[in-house]
Design a protein around this ligand. Structure first.
Ligand code: GLN
Length: 307
């Protein structure tokens, strides 16, 4: 059964420190979320939040923080503590989806101890900490693939810091690559709907299922499952559901409200109209093959891993 929106859905994405934390194409994550919303008629507004800008959690539906070199992380650490930390904590405790990559991820844990200089304080959202083991220790660099809830996530990593988890749950487990610390096969961290990861790449273009998962979390949080169902209506036929001025409309039920779709709550995620992700999955599978993960690559191409 297909559905259409009966009123435009809107989301506001806060892009934290776009000028400081923007390594390895992390902006591609923003472009991917924007495109995947656009293809579904969802209006996505992106707001950059630089050093000194306040973070009012009620103004946003999801947040992104990218990666950066040590020298950029230091002022960001200070700003998180002086200005944005309280708003960011409030957003996370209110289940706002947050994606934090590499340097941004490290600063959402307790601290990042660089090779040189003092510890950089983190927010402690993730019960974890990061230690750079000195320039004589090889950096974690290269393609990486992990298992995320039985599906694969692929990307590129380049970090000197080694992250160790306390009680924080990992995002996934390393299939090939380093992950958090090249020792315990964990990668990333999760707290409520905040996701930390070392996967650059950028991450989301090659992992459309994870991009849609974040968008679904934001939509369900903003509109709620019941409201989401009422915003969607089954399309009986183009003719029946077009009104006089040619706009699609939901047949009104007896009490004048939009007929609630028969979608079950668990159907809301698929209510994000599936997109043609052929190219994305081919890129995903190609990276798996480069890592020698041929079985996983075949699975991806066969199942397209829709969530
Ligand atoms: N500067 C941090 C490190 O080297 C983070 C690097 C990054 O964001 N790619 O571990």
């Amino acid at each position: 059964m297909t559905f259409h929106f009966t009123q435009p859905l809107t989301l506001t994405l806060g892009h934290l420190y776009p000028d400081q934390l923007n390594l390895y194409g992390d902006r591609g994550n923003i472009m991917t979320l924007r495109w995947r919303c656009q293809q579904r008629g969802i209006q996505l507004r992106v707001v950059g939040l630089g050093i000194g800008d306040a973070l009012a959690p009620d103004e946003f539906d999801l947040l992104f923080i990218g990666g950066g070199q040590d020298k950029e992380q230091a002022p960001v650490s200070q700003d998180l503590h002086d200005i944005k930390g309280i708003g960011l904590w409030a957003a996370i405790e209110d289940d706002m989806p947050v994606l934090a990559v590499c340097g941004g991820y490290q600063l959402l844990a307790h601290y990042y101890r660089p090779a040189d200089g003092p510890d950089m304080r983190g927010l402690g959202v993730f019960d974890a900490w990061t230690i750079h083991k000195g320039t004589s220790t090889p950096r974690c660099i290269g393609d990486i693939a992990i298992n995320w809830n039985g599906k694969t996530l692929v990307g590129f990593e380049n970090h000197g810091g080694r992250t160790y988890l306390g009680t924080a749950k990992p995002l996934g487990h390393v299939l090939k690559g380093s992950g958090n610390n090249a020792e315990d096969h964990t990668e990333g961290a999760v707290y409520r709907n905040a996701y930390g990861t070392y996967l650059h790449g950028s991450l989301l273009p090659k992992n459309p299922h994870f991009a849609d998962y974040l968008l679904s979390l934001a939509l369900q949080r903003k509109y709620g499952r019941t409201a989401m169902e009422s915003l969607f209506a089954p399309i009986e036929s183009e003719h029946e559901s077009m009104n006089g001025n040619g706009h699609m409309q939901t047949p009104l039920s007896a009490n004048g409200t939009h007929a609630t779709a028969t979608a079950q709550p668990e159907m809301i995620t698929p209510l994000l109209k599936p997109l043609d992700d052929t190219l994305e999955w081919e890129a995903h599978a190609a990276l798996l093959e480069r890592l020698g993960l041929y079985t996983e690559a075949t699975t991806v191409l066969r199942t397209r891993q829709s969530i």
